[in-house]
Design a protein around this ligand. Structure first.
Ligand code: CP3
Length: 358
């Protein structure tokens, strides 16, 4: 299903114009200078996050403790005055809510009890709303604390990326277990994807009801799929999610992130009808500018340039502003902030993005 959306560069009338710069950009306006937020803007590169995590319980319990999750969500907003706060949580709270065992061991990344075709029927989508109630409470608390100009972004992992972690039992270079399940037994894999599509819709609706202004769908492992599988496991579920939210929450923008989609980013926009498209730093700026004719583009500074800082970073910020500043653009990285990044570099990034002349 496609929901066409006119892209305008002229200012909409003040009465209909949402005040939040990120929502204006998602509505198709070429906001100048582009609003900015960063994926993984809350996290280990901030001393105040490390200090809080030191005395806090394990990572998932931190996500389920509204006092802590609210504080962590707001830390980068206080420090840098970014245009959006993104809820502090994780994509893997969904498998945890469905009853699969999920653990984050210190310094190890996520570990799940892997599931296979015989386990789909035992997942429990009815548990989701109750299990994730503290996450929705965090959304409401953050919303109450934010300046009216700051956008609150909710999020979920997309069905394919969630299924990949659930089948593999953790991270992987190629997610061969998940991909061979999908290839060898597409019927049961489709059942898993359908169940996850419903769970993601449920999760995002609750976040929107609790006060999120828009949502981002993270398909971090879309780029390892063949073109045909990309259509089946990434595009179709995303189109269903965007369509369902358009019915329950008309006009609320969804930002899609099929990371690593390359030439297929355009297909994703066309077939899902997402209002915003997060692109990775592999996307050339001329391709990004063409995408911008149909969608608000979000991205795409290489997180390594943020780590390095200095002239390499500022030159690329200017190149991005030069290429995308004439259309609807939200400044972001191409992937998350890396843990060793000096916070001063983030402050400089925000300053350079907000300077009057690119
Ligand atoms: O962006 C934000 O600031 C909001 C919070 C957020 C986290 N994870 C916090 C987190 C968001 C939006 C995510 C998304 C997420 N989580 C994705 C999709 C985006 C991407 O990075 O591709 C994925 C694949 C995950 C799964 C996940 N969570 C992994 C693989 C890891 C371990 C690797 C790592 O970076 O530590 C996590 C842990 C995690 N999620 C941390 C944070 C702040 C680090 C936890 C800690 O040690 O304190």
């Amino acid at each position: 299903m496609v929901y066409p959306r006119p892209v305008s560069t002229s200012d909409p009338s003040p009465s209909t114009q949402p005040a939040k710069p990120i929502l204006r950009a998602l509505d198709g306006e070429a906001v100048s200078p582009a609003p900015i937020w960063l994926m993984r803007q809350a996290g280990r590169y901030l001393a105040e996050y490390r200090a809080l995590r030191e005395s806090a319980p394990d990572f998932l319990t931190t996500c389920y403790t509204p006092d802590l999750a609210t504080e962590i969500t707001l830390q980068p907003i206080r420090r840098f005055g970014l245009d959006a706060a993104i809820l502090f949580s994780d994509i893997l709270v969904i498998p945890d809510a469905l009853g699969q065992s999920v653990q984050f061991a210190k310094g190890e990344g996520p570990m799940l009890e892997p599931i296979g075709p015989g386990d789909v029927a035992s997942l429990q989508p009815d548990r989701l709303a109750g299990h994730l109630a503290p996450v929705f409470e965090t959304v409401g608390r953050v919303k109450a604390e934010l300046d009216p100009k700051t956008t609150l972004i909710g999020f979920a992992g997309a069905p394919w990326t969630l299924a990949a972690y659930m089948a593999e039992g953790g991270g992987s270079k190629d997610f061969a277990t998940a991909r061979s399940w999908a290839a060898g037994d597409p019927e049961s894999f489709q059942q898993l994807i359908d169940l996850l599509t419903g769970a993601v819709i449920d999760m995002l609706r609750h976040q929107l009801d609790a006060g999120a202004d828009c949502v981002q769908l993270f398909d971090s492992w879309a780029g390892i799929l063949s073109a045909a599988d990309f259509e089946t496991w990434c595009v179709r579920p995303a189109a269903a999610i965007v369509g369902a939210l358009a019915q329950s929450h008309p006009g609320v923008p969804v930002i899609g992130f099929p990371r690593g989609a390359g030439y297929l980013y355009g297909t994703y926009v066309e077939k899902t009808g997402c209002a915003g498209l997060q692109i990775d730093h592999g996307v050339p700026l001329d391709q990004a500018a063409r995408l911008q004719r149909n969608v608000t583009v979000q991205g795409n500074l290489d997180p390594v340039l943020l780590l390095a800082g200095g002239e390499a970073m500022t030159a690329q910020i200017r190149a991005i502003r030069g290429a995308l500043g004439g259309g609807p653009h939200i400044f972001n990285l191409g992937h998350g902030v890396m843990p060793p990044t000096p916070p001063d570099h983030v402050a400089e990034l925000v300053e350079v993005v907000r300077q009057a002349d690119p």
